[in-house]
Write a protein that binds this ligand. Structure first.
Ligand code: NAP
Ligand code: MG
Length: 497
C-alpha cells in the first residue's frame, strides 16, 4: 500500500497524533493508500511555516522570472510523471482513464501558463490630475501573503493546480488542503515539488478533515486569504469564518447550469454536446449542463436521438480506455444520487432512460434522463452531482432565458444554435460566469472562470484570476515643488506657517 505523509516546511512528517486514513478505489473497493491525517496542531505548524517563508521574502522577493523558472520545474515533473499520476487519479477517484489523462495534461498546461505569467509586471502608471503641477500614480500589485487553498474531490490534481498556479506566480506562500476523499495526487505533487528548487515553507500540503483542519486554516489569523472550491454550503461557512480577520476569499461553488438547444441547432452535434455537458465525469462537474432546455419544435426528435445515444455509452471499469462512464466517487455520493432519482419519480417526472445501478458492484449508476420536468421540482433546482440530467421543454428564447435564470446558481451554461447572433443574444441575458455557444466545458487559461449568485465569489484564470491573489497598492509620487501650489494648501495649513 502507498504511504503518504504531511508536507510541512519542506519536510515529510507524520501528524502529531500519528493518525492516518485510507484512500479507497471506488470501483474495486480496494484500499490503495494510507495517508497522514493532520489535526489542528499540524495545521498551525504548516501555517507558521508559510508565514515565516512569506515574511522572509524568500519567495515574494524573487524576481518573477525566477519564480516562473521554479514553477516550470513542477510543470516538467508533472509531465515526466503523467502516466503514474493518471493511474493514481483513476484508482483514487474513479475518474475514467480518459478523463484523468486529460486532467493531468491540462494541469501541466495551466501551470505552464502561470509559470509564464509570474514574470508579468502588472504595474499601472496613471498620470496625476492636478492642474498646479505634476504627480504620478503607480498602482502596484503585491502578493496577499499566506494563502490557504482548499479543494474538492472531483478534479483533484487540476483543482490543486488551479489554485497553486496563481497563488505561487503572484508570490504568495501556501497551505494546500485537498479533499480527504481524493488526496493521493496532491500528495504526489508534494513529492514532485520537494524535488525542485522551491524554497522550504513556500508550499505546504496537509491532508485531513475539512471540518477540523479546513476550519483551522480559515480561522487562523496568520492566513491572509482562502481560495476554495467546493459546495455552496461549505462556501458559506468559510465566508462566515473568514470574517474573523476579514480574510480575502475566492469561492468557486456549486451550479445547476442550463444547456439551451434552440430550434435552429445542429441536432446531432447538440445531442453529443448535451451528453458531454451532463455526463462528463459521471456528472460530477460543478459547471455541468444538468438542466437541458430543448425547443418544443425539435423536442421529440431530439429526445429520441438523445436516448438512443445515451444507451450506447459504455459503462464500467474506469481503467478501460473505451469506458466513458465509471463509478461515482463513494458510497455516500452513490446513495445521494440514487435518492435524487427516487425524488424525481415521486415529484412526477418521467425516466426516459437509466435510473438504476449498473451491475451489482462498483458504485456505477446508469446515465439517467428525466423528462416531464418542471423547473420548480427539486431535481431541477438542486445540484445532484451525479449522472442525472433533467430535460425541460420551452416555446421561445424568452422562456428559455427565464427558465435558465430561475436558479440560485449562476456558474455556467450553454446555447446551441445555427445562428450566432441569436445565440449571442441569449448568452448575453444568461446570469452566469461562463456561457458556451455550440460547445461545453472548455476552459481557457486566459479567460476568467467563476460564478454569479450562489455559485461563488471571484474568478480563476485570466488576469482577473491572478489578481485574486494580489493586493493593489497605490503609490502617489507628488512632484509639485512649491508648497503654496499644493491643492490642499489653503484648506488646512495656517497662512503664516
Ligand atoms: P465540499 O464538501 O464543499 O468540500 C470541499 C473542500 O472543503 C474539501 O477539501 C473539504 O474537506 C473542505 N471542507 C469541508 N468543510 C470545511 C470547513 N468547514 N471549512 C473548511 N474546509 C472545509 O465539496 P466536495 O463534496 O468535495 O465537492 C463537491 C462540490 O464542489 C460540489 O458542490 C461542486 O459543485 C463543487 N465544485 C465547484 C467547482 C467550481 O469551480 N465552482 C469545481 C468543482 C467542484 P473534506 O471533504 O476533505 O473533509
Ligand atoms: Mg478514494
Amino acid at each position: 500500500m502507498l504511504k503518504y505523509r504531511l508536507f510541512i516546511n519542506g519536510e515529510f512528517c507524520e501528524s502529531d497524533d500519528k493518525k492516518t486514513f485510507k484512500s479507497t478505489d471506488p470501483f474495486s473497493g480496494e484500499e490503495i493508500a494510507e495517508i497522514s491525517e493532520a489535526g489542528v496542531s499540524d495545521t498551525v505548524k504548516a501555517v507558521s511555516a508559510a508565514r515565516k517563508a512569506f515574511d522572509s521574502g524568500v519567495w515574494s522577493g524573487l524576481p518573477g522570472e525566477e519564480r516562473g523558472r521554479i514553477i516550470k520545474q513542477i510543470v516538467d515533473k508533472i509531465n515526466e510523471n503523467a502516466e503514474k499520476l493518471t493511474e493514481l487519479e483513476v484508482r483514487d477517484s474513479g475518474s475514467t482513464v480518459r478523463k484523468a489523462g486529460e486532467d493531468v495534461f491540462l494541469s501541466a498546461k495551466s501551470l505552464n501558463y502561470f509559470s509564464k505569467i509570474a514574470s508579468t509586471d502588472f504595474t499601472e502608471n496613471i498620470a496625476g490630475l492636478s492642474k498646479e503641477g505634476v504627480s504620478r500614480n503607480l498602482v502596484k500589485y503585491e502578493p496577499v501573503g499566506v494563502c490557504a487553498l482548499i479543494t474538492p474531490w472531483n478534479f483533484p490534481l487540476k483543482m490543486a493546480i488551479w489554485k497553486l498556479g496563481p497563488a505561487l506566480a503572484a508570490g504568495n506562500t501556501v497551505i494546500l488542503k485537498p479533499a480527504m476523499e481524493t488526496s493521493v495526487t496532491a500528495c504526489e505533487l508534494a513529492r514532485l515539488i520537494s524535488e525542485t528548487d522551491m524554497p522550504k515553507g513556500v508550499v505546504n500540503i496537509i491532508t485531513g478533515k475539512g471540518s477540523v483542519i479546513g476550519t483551522e486554516l480559515v480561522n487562523n489569523p496568520d492566513v491572509d486569504k482562502v481560495g476554495f472550491t467546493g459546495s455552496t454550503e461549505v462556501g458559506k461557512t468559510i465566508m462566515q469564518n473568514a470574517s474573523s480577520n476579514l480574510k480575502k476569499i475566492t469561492l468557486e461553488c456549486g451550479g445547476k447550469s442550463a444547456n439551451i438547444v434552440l430550434d435552429d441547432a445542429d441536432i446531432e452535434m447538440s445531442i453529443d454536446g448535451a451528453i458531454y455537458a451532463a455526463f462528463y465525469h459521471q456528472g460530477q462537474c460543478c459547471e455541468g449542463g444538468t438542466r437541458l432546455l430543448v425547443h418544443e419544435k425539435i423536442f421529440d426528435r431530439f429526445i429520441s436521438g438523445l436516448k438512443a445515444k445515451i444507451e450506447r455509452m459504455k459503462i464500467g471499469d474506469p481503467k478501460d480506455k473505451s469506458v466513458t462512464v465509471g463509478p461515482v466517487v463513494n458510497k455516500y455520493q452513490f446513495d445521494t444520487v440514487m435518492n435524487y432519482i427516487k425524488t424525481g419519480i415521486e415529484e412526477g417526472a418521467e425516466i426516459l432512460t437509466g435510473g438504476k445501478q449498473f451491475g451489482d458492484s462498483g458504485l456505477m449508476i446508469e446515465p439517467t434522463v428525466f423528462v416531464n420536468v418542471d423547473n420548480k421540482m427539486k431535481i431541477a433546482r438542486e445540484e445532484i452531482f451525479g449522472p442525472v440530467l433533467v430535460v425541460i421543454k420551452f416555446k421561445d428564447d424568452d422562456e428559455a432565458v427565464a427558465i435558465a435564470n430561475d436558479s440560485i446558481y449562476g456558474l455556467a451554461g450553454g446555447v446551441w444554435s445555427g445562428n450566432d447572433e441569436r445565440a449571442m443574444a441569449v448568452a448575453d441575458r444568461m446570469r452566469t460566469g461562463t456561457v458556451w455557444i455550440n460547445e461545453y466545458h472548455l476552459m481557457s487559461d486566459r479567460a476568467p472562470f467563476g460564478g454569479y449568485k450562489q455559485s461563488g465569489i471571484g474568478r480563476e484564470f485570466g488576469s482577473e484570476g491572478i489578481k485574486e491573489y494580489m493586493e493593489a497598492k497605490h503609490i502617489h509620487i507628488d512632484e509639485i515643488k512649491d508648497r503654496t501650489k499644493k491643492p490642499w494648501y489653503r484648506t488646512v495649513v495656517p497662512k503664516d506657517l
